[in-house]
Design a protein around this ligand. Structure first.
Ligand code: ADP
Length: 319
């Protein structure tokens, strides 16, 4: 292959720029031309495609978001949209495509591969919800953003003797809430994978009050329900003064952590290697600190699950 393309798609995640940089530099290192497709699959359909060079990815490794921009494209979900995308790739002479994004974006990459166009997926999402990799690009940064915010909330929670319910991102996956809970010593976490736990949260809160605890932090993943509803229920059942903080989109932004930059660099470079080896329809990942790759179709059949041992530990440590 002499010419490859790269795009970012779906929800942005800190570290996507480091992955773009790795793809571009790795291509140039191997004497392969590399084209950037702006605005994800929508930009692909529209032919929003530009040649990249060493300088196009200078000074972006430390920046959040994605310099190639991202978009959601309904048109690309149709056969016609995918056909238009392939036409554009062929027009530019691009022989293989690297897609940095979440599982939705991988479905797009799978469709292109099925139609004979080689794609490799790089997992970029703060949710850490993609099977076949221990970590996705952006998770570590989002987690650290949450920790910083909760540390601040904790100060005011202690001063005022309050229970704080903090809503974090995670529609289907509780990883951010679970890891944040452990890292921040939260009293309880509520995550989509364990829907029935409110009773336990309440009895734990009551026990805490009995032994003189001044404050509590409850972390709720957005997918399990609204933090405001939980706050009301907790107030009703315990008479504790509760407050809600919804962290929202601050979790998506910011300069990527060292871990995310290194992960993104490794995964981006690996994706290029796979295409140059003639592989297609694969997703790159990291497992036990080793780079791996899996069949995208197989990955999309699996559902993400949380680490049960960590979940149990979070309970044991917050007694
Ligand atoms: P993420 O990649 O973060 O999960 P989305 O689920 O929004 O984000 O997917 C991003 C884009 O990927 C969609 O806007 C669409 O263009 C494309 N996509 C998603 N699902 C499919 C599908 N089944 N077939 C083709 N393209 C898809």
């Amino acid at each position: 292959m002499k010419r490859l393309g790269v795009l970012t798609s779906g929800g942005d995640a800190p570290g996507m720029n480091a992955a773009i940089r790795a793809v571009v530099r790795k291509c140039i290192y191997h004497g392969v031309e590399i084209y950037g497709i702006k605005n994800g699959y929508q930009g692909l359909i529209e032919g929003n495609i530009e040649k990249m060079d060493v300088g196009s990815v200078g000074d972006i490794i430390q920046r959040g978001g994605t310099t190639l921009y991202t978009a959601r494209s309904l048109e690309f979900k149709t056969e016609e949209g995918q056909r238009k995308g392939i036409e554009q790739l062929k027009k530019f002479g691009i022989e293989g495509l690297i897609v940095i994004g979440g599982d939705g974006s991988f479905r797009g990459a799978q469709k292109l591969t099925e139609k004979g166009y080689p794609c490799i997926g790089v997992p970029g999402t703060i949710d850490n919800d993609i099977p076949g990799t221990d970590f996705t690009i952006g998770f570590d940064t989002a987690l650290n953003t949450i920790i910083e915010a909760i540390d601040k909330i904790r100060d005011t929670a202690t001063s005022h003797e309050r229970t704080y319910v903090v809503e974090v991102m995670g529609r289907d996956a509780g990883d951010l809430a679970l890891w944040a809970g452990l890292a921040d010593g939260a009293e309880s976490i509520l995550i989509p994978e364990k829907k029935d736990d409110l009773k336990e949260v309440i009895s734990r809160l009551k026990r805490g009050v009995e032994r003189g605890k001044r404050h509590s932090i409850i972390i709720v993943a957005e997918g399990v329900g609204s933090a405001f509803d939980y706050s009301e229920q907790i107030k009703k059942e315990t008479n504790l003064e509760t407050r809600v903080t919804v962290l929202g989109h601050i979790q998506r932004g910011g300069s990527p952590t060292a871990n995310d930059r290194v992960l993104a660099s490794r995964l981006g470079a690996k994706a290029v290697e796979l295409l140059l080896e003639g592989k297609a329809g694969r997703m790159v990942g990291i497992q036990n600190n080793k780079l791996v790759d899996h069949d995208i179709t197989e990955i999309l059949k699996q559902t993400h699950s949380i680490d049960e041992e960590m979940y149990q530990l979070s309970k044991e440590l917050s007694i």
